[in-house]
Write a protein that binds this ligand. Structure first.
Ligand code: SF4
Length: 328
């Protein structure tokens, strides 16, 4: 696989905006490319500093870091725009250059019973979508792309925490095809009721997400039950600017009414190490990235719930409502 860092776009944007110093954020898988990116930017006479913090999504724009080092612009590589900020940011999506023909051919067997496909992709594959759509249409399938929606930047684009576009078209399609990796397709299978088929471009295979949904739902129910039994609760607020999923105030009131002790904790990134020292807290509710609670279930020795799961635990929402709307 070759990565296209959209060098021309980057240089054009930098020449237009004329920053003096930039802070560069690189998604985790491309931090190894820092040296070549540094050379492109420095060749324009611009000072460059790289953020060493983890960067999992466009939800995490390092405005505070940029201000702390006196940068006047952020260049964010590897994600699309997720939220608006007042601070100037250039988004470089980064394209995965791949020949998808054999995977698309392989997918036809899994799609033989479905005539209408909801097609979605993670941002690195946006440039291929026209061709993928044409491939399926040429073999007689109807292809529907979800509308640009909320934090998703383009038609058909998905992020790990926003599947609203897919939910809106699920009654019009027989199944969904996701171009990308397990992370995005697993989120999709938790969000919609139609079959989800992943074209896993990184592991070079095609697979359905069958079975995974039931396993994860069981884990989520266990966490909800554990929170109900817990006395001391920590509500974790993420400090990344786009990771605001729910109101701590509302939860705190409900939990206190039920006789629980509650503290609010801030974290830039939730990890098992960080929560370990809060040893007398029995369960945590995280209002940062909802995928941490769900995907990292096995990494935490205490239950971690999302906001909506916590609403079920305090009786504000029913489990059936969550299932109906999708757990993400
Ligand atoms: S909140 Fe989580 S899933 Fe959503 S964009 Fe950020 S890292 Fe990805």
């Amino acid at each position: 696989m070759t990565l296209d860092f959209e060098k021309e776009k980057l240089i054009n944007e930098l020449e237009k905006r004329k920053p003096k110093k930039v802070l560069v954020q690189l998604a985790e898988g491309i931090k190894k490319n820092a040296l070549e990116i540094k050379e492109w930017i420095e060749a324009l006479g611009i000072e460059v500093i790289f953020s060493g913090e983890t960067c999992w999504g466009g939800c995490d724009i390092a405005v505070d870091e940029a201000q702390a080092v006196g940068a006047d612009l952020i260049v964010h590589f590897g994600h699309a725009e997720f939220i608006r900020t007042d601070f100037p940011v250039i988004y470089i999506n980064v394209k995965d250059i791949l020949n998808l023909n054999s995977l698309l051919e392989k997918s036809l067997e899994k799609l033989k019973d479905y005539n209408t496909i909801g097609l979605s992709y993670s941002i690195q594959h946006r440039h291929d979508i026209k061709n993928i759509k044409k491939f399926y249409e040429d073999v007689g399938k109807e292809v529907v792309l979800s509308k640009k929606n909320g934090t998703n930047a383009y038609e058909g684009h998905i992020t790990g925490c926003n599947y609203q576009g897919l939910k809106e078209i699920q009654n019009d399609v027989n199944c969904f095809v996701i171009i990308g990796n397990q992370f995005h397709s697993m989120g999709a299978t938790l969000a919609v009721k139609k079959p989800v088929i992943l074209i896993d471009v990184y592991n070079n295979n095609v697979r359905t997400m069958e079975g995974l949904r039931d396993k994860i739902l069981k884990q989520r129910m266990i966490s909800i039950e554990k929170l109900k039994e817990s006395k001391n609760i920590g509500i974790i607020i993420g400090t990344a600017c786009g990771q605001k999923f729910g109101s701590p105030k509302k939860l705190m009131e409900k939990l206190k009414e039920q006789g629980k002790n509650v503290i609010i904790i801030t974290m830039s990134e939730l990890t098992p190490d960080k929560i370990m020292n809060f040893y007398n807290i029995d369960a945590f509710i995280e209002l940062a990235c909802p995928r941490i609670a769900i995907d990292d279930f096995a990494k935490y020795f205490k239950p971690i719930l999302t906001f909506r799961e916590a609403l079920v635990a305090v009786g504000e929402l029913s489990w059936n409502e969550i299932l109906e709307e999708g757990i993400i």
